[in-house]
Design a binder for this molecule. Structure first.
Ligand code: PLP
Length: 396
């Protein structure tokens, strides 16, 4: 018996454990100080009422003989797929029901999709990057190339004909940088993919934070994308489902490589290895797409977006360069005074007891940058920014 030795090539991520250790040490030394965490990548507001009501009703159904349900369709119930289809239609994207796959979240499908793609493919990820794209490909033994996101390109890299890749990951709005591609920029990626016979894996987990109507919420708003892209989406940040687990993946029927439809392969993979999302959760997810559900989740998203604005207003006043925060829950700022990411982490912790995430943990281009998030409470965000302003003399 041999293990999958590719796992030995994975790098240990010390990012969040080091953050945790440093914070714990600081609290030990300074027990009277109040720490404010603005590094949180998880939602903090509860599920909305319409979702809870739908899940209660579904739970009742499961307890009655006449309405009990066992295994459901692996691709998800039609009631939820239809709700997703209508949601896309709002952005002028027409999808067939068979192109919509309900999942237990974007992370699983981002990893699982690799089952149907050859290991000999070269993969392109952006740097800085959401680490899941890198690690899932290392596990499979694929070669990875990096596309540099820097201050010069606004942390939105564009295709380079000198760097060839078969599989391209794009994440917009981006984690960690909060940067969002315009339609014109995405069109260039779609054109590159079509020309080079590449597949784009498009992560739209934060699309609900886009309020600028000119920005694309789905890659299928771009002509040609249905022949070169799979899209992953999630209710985690959209509707607070991080602990409830539901998302959806779009595999267009027009997506064909080696004369094989990827949609067919994905159905085969899912029906073999997956038994679907719980009925109760799918009813909760369906409720997200109702008129009441949309109004309620919008309130929560607006709350986070207002937090983001409080943060970006402060950075504007201090003259600190950043991306994100406008159409994204993430704010990616340039560390002042040429500090590196960990120096700035220590500086904020020691001086004003604010905790964020060092950008260097997301790749080499993250060095010298820092991620703040808007998922904290209003009270804490306001207090943190007041403390930040107190540093004015030291960081401007
Ligand atoms: N994609 C990105 C870019 C994320 O930041 C996250 C979660 O933080 C996910 C996917 C995972 O989403 P899910 O909770 O649906 O698995």
């Amino acid at each position: 018996m041999n293990i999958n030795k590719n796992y030995l090539n994975l790098e240990e991520s010390y990012l969040f454990s080091t953050v945790g250790k440093k914070v714990a040490e600081y609290i030990k030394q300074n027990p009277d100080k109040k720490i404010i965490k603005l590094g949180i990548g998880d939602v903090t507001l509860p599920l909305c009422k319409t979702v809870i009501d739908a899940m209660k009703k579904a739970t009742e159904e499961m307890g009655k003989q006449e309405t009990f349900r066992g295994y459901g369709p692996e691709q998800g119930y039609d009631f939820l797929r239809t709700a997703v289809q209508k949601y896309y239609k709002k952005n002028q994207v027409d999808l067939k029901l068979d192109e919509i796959f309900i999942s237990d979240g974007a992370k699983s499908d981002l990893g699982n999709i690799l089952d149907i793609l050859g290991v000999e493919n070269t993969v392109m990820v952006q740097d800085p990057v959401y680490p899941v794209y890198v690690d899932t490909n290392i596990m499979a033994g694929r070669k990875i190339v990096y596309s540099d996101c820097t201050e010069t390109n606004g942390f939105l890299s564009m295709p380079d004909e000198n760097i060839k890749a078969d599989i391209i990951y794009l994440c917009s709005p981006n984690n960690p940088t909060g940067a969002v591609y315009s339609k014109e920029q995405l069109k260039k990626w779609v054109d590159y993919a079509i020309k080079n016979n590449s597949l784009i894996l498009y992560d739209a987990a934060y699309e609900a934070f886009i309020s600028d109507t000119k920005l694309p919420k789905s890659i299928y708003e771009i002509d040609g994308a249905k022949t070169c892209a799979i899209e992953f989406c999630s209710l985690s940040k959209t509707a607070g489902f991080t602990g409830t687990r539901c998302g959806y993946t779009i595999v267009p029927e027009t997506l064909e490589f080696d004369n094989v439809k990827l949609n067919k392969l994905w159905i085969r993979r899912q029906t073999t290895k997956y038994n679907g999302v719980p009925y109760i959760v799918q009813r909760g997810a369906e409720a997200v797409f109702t008129q009441e559900g949309q109004a309620e989740i919008r309130k929560n998203i607006d709350y986070y977006k207002e937090n983001a604005k409080i943060i970006t207003d402060t950075l504007d006043k201090l003259g600190i360069w950043y991306t994100g925060g406008k159409n994204s829950p993430y704010i990616w700022l340039k560390c002042p005074n040429n500090m590196n990411s960990w120096e700035f982490f220590d500086f904020l912790l020691n001086r004003v007891q604010i905790v964020g995430t060092p950008g260097s943990g997301f790749g080499k281009n993250g060095e010298g940058y820092f991620r703040l998030t808007s998922f904290g409470s209003r009270e804490n965000t306001l207090e943190a920014m007041e403390r930040f302003m107190g540093l004015r003399k030291d960081i401007s």
